[in-house]
Design a protein around this ligand. Structure first.
Ligand code: URP
Ligand code: ZN
Ligand code: ZN
Length: 463
């Protein structure tokens, strides 16, 4: 019997801290050796000229999430995880949304049923707490956290989702007691409602005014407030999808004061601006997400946050809706006001190429920062054991990258369920040419070779 099932030969390994040439030996789905001239294998993969990176972990995606009456998300677990694999990812963390009045366990049962035997890559769920009743806070959440659902998201905006400060404090307190990490969507709901009403009153109803209804102070104020609430409870917090300097600096200030506040940003805040929402017709709806893309100065601030370690997580916030579809961006009501355009854009497949190309290839971040920001830090932050590194004992979740390969992002070449990409036409240098999950190829040379039985649900211990 050969020593290894598979050996990846002649590649250049990059981790969050080092880059070096070595072969990788894989047995029973795990990395069991890293060294020179490993040859005793059933399968030898020649990775000459390629980078051997841990598979991407996208810890912020929305899949099959209920999104309002008549609205349907463009991806189910099959299409989202297929797109994820083509984009060099081996793990996604979608949200399980509790609807008002619903026990979270019931929502989880539904999500597990949707995901089970339907995923090309591994997955684990964050819980969106929309209705923190006494029963949810006192019994359900502590039990679920103990069962391995150790990350929660709370919203400070959106009808049916926004929690009061008191409710957020209560959730933070349960998280502290039970060992969960809370993410916050930081935008001030009342300020947005005030601005939406005023814009509509003045007849400003096109997609562009979505950005005008959620200006930077709306996000900055909520970021500051969320951090203050976490400080009161003495608990860690992740501020997700940060879009601008003022919010980034709130997080940096908190970190410098010794608080454990994590920051996340996303591709839309690096390469899009609110100008993309400007269209006399409805095309701007393709870029409607919250917080909205800002301006060039905000893009620079987000790069600074990534470069200086204020942001340790780079996620897609994949939240796809079809554009040309009454169940997507063009709902009948969306034509009457931006207020009704479903919020969210696709991005699970394009996250890694965009950061590699704009970051590594253009010299803004190192290859090791890329690995940390897109894989290792997600595993560490959310407690994914044996994931996020090329190291002995870790799962052989690997993406092979051609750092010189050039491509143009275009809808025709993507694999998600949406009918457009907001990143159409972006020129990329550096491409994931193969994705391997626990030692088995899922995508190789542009072909899907894995099965939707391959991705597993992964449990996480409380913190
Ligand atoms: O517009 C966005 N970001 N939609 C996804 C939901 C969320 O807030 O993350
Ligand atoms: Zn959010
Ligand atoms: Zn999101």
């Amino acid at each position: 019997m050969a020593a290894f099932d598979t050996v990846i030969r002649h590649g250049t390994i990059a981790t969050a801290s080092e880059t070096y040439k070595a072969d990788v030996g894989i047995r029973d789905g795990r990395i069991v050796a890293i060294g020179e001239a490993l040859t005793d294998a059933t399968v030898i993969v020649d990775a000459a000229g390629l980078l051997v990176l841990p598979g991407g972990i996208d810890s912020h995606v929305h899949i099959s999430q209920p999104s309002g009456e008549g609205i349907v998300m463009a991806d189910d677990f099959e299409s989202a995880t297929r797109a994820a694999a083509f984009g060099g990812n081996t793990f996604v963390m979608p949200y399980c949304l509790q609807q008002k009045g619903q026990p979270i366990r019931e929502a989880l049962k539904e999500y597990h049923a949707l995901a089970d035997r339907n995923c090309y890559v591994d997955h684990s769920f964050h819980l969106i707490v929309a209705d923190p009743t006494d029963a949810v806070l006192g019994q359900e959440l502590p039990a679920l956290i103990a069962d391995g659902y150790s990350s929660l998201k709370v919203f400070m905006t959106y009808a049916d989702l926004a929690l009061s400060d008191l409710q957020i404090l209560n959730v933070l307190s349960v998280a502290r007691e039970s060992g969960a990490l809370v993410q916050v969507h930081a935008e001030n709901y009342d300020a947005i409602r005030f601005l939406v009403d005023r814009l509509e009153r003045d007849g400003n109803v096109g997609p562009y005014f979505h950005a005008k209804s959620r200006p930077i102070p709306v996000e900055r104020e909520a970021t500051h407030r969320a951090i203050s609430l976490a400080e009161l409870v003495d608990v860690s917090l992740v501020v997700v999808h940060v879009s601008n300097r003022e919010s980034m600096e709130e997080i940096r200030r908190a970190q410098m004061r010794g608080l454990t506040i994590y920051g996340e940003t996303c591709p839309q805040y690096l390469v899009l601006t609110e100008e993309d929402l400007k269209d006399l017709g409805m095309q701007g709806a393709k870029y409607v997400c919250s917080p909205p893309p800002r301006d060039f100065a905000s893009q620079l601030a987000c790069w600074e946050g990534l470069q200086q370690g204020v942001f340790t997580l780079f996620s897609s916030d994949h939240c796809p809706f079809r554009y040309d579809d009454p169940a997507g961006k063009l709902t009948p009501r969306a034509r009457t006001s931006f207020r009704w355009i479903p919020n969210g854009i696709p991005g699970v497949e394009t996250r890694l190429p965009i950061l590699f190309s704009e970051g590594v290839s253009k010299g803004r971040i190192t290859l090791n920062q890329f690995v940390a920001l897109t894989s290792s830090n997600h595993a560490k932050t959310y407690g994914l054991k044996g994931k996020g590194a090329i190291a002995v004992g870790y799962d052989a979740d690997i993406a092979l990258w051609d750092p010189k390969r050039k491509a143009t992002l275009t809808q025709a070449n993507l694999h998600h369920g949406a009918d457009y990409t907001p990143y159409e036409g972006i020129e990329i240098t550096g491409w994931p040419v193969a994705t391997m999950l626990r030692g088995n190829f899922v995508v190789r040379d542009g072909q899907l070779v894995g099965t939707k039985l391959g991705g597993h649900y992964v449990n996480r211990a409380p913190r």
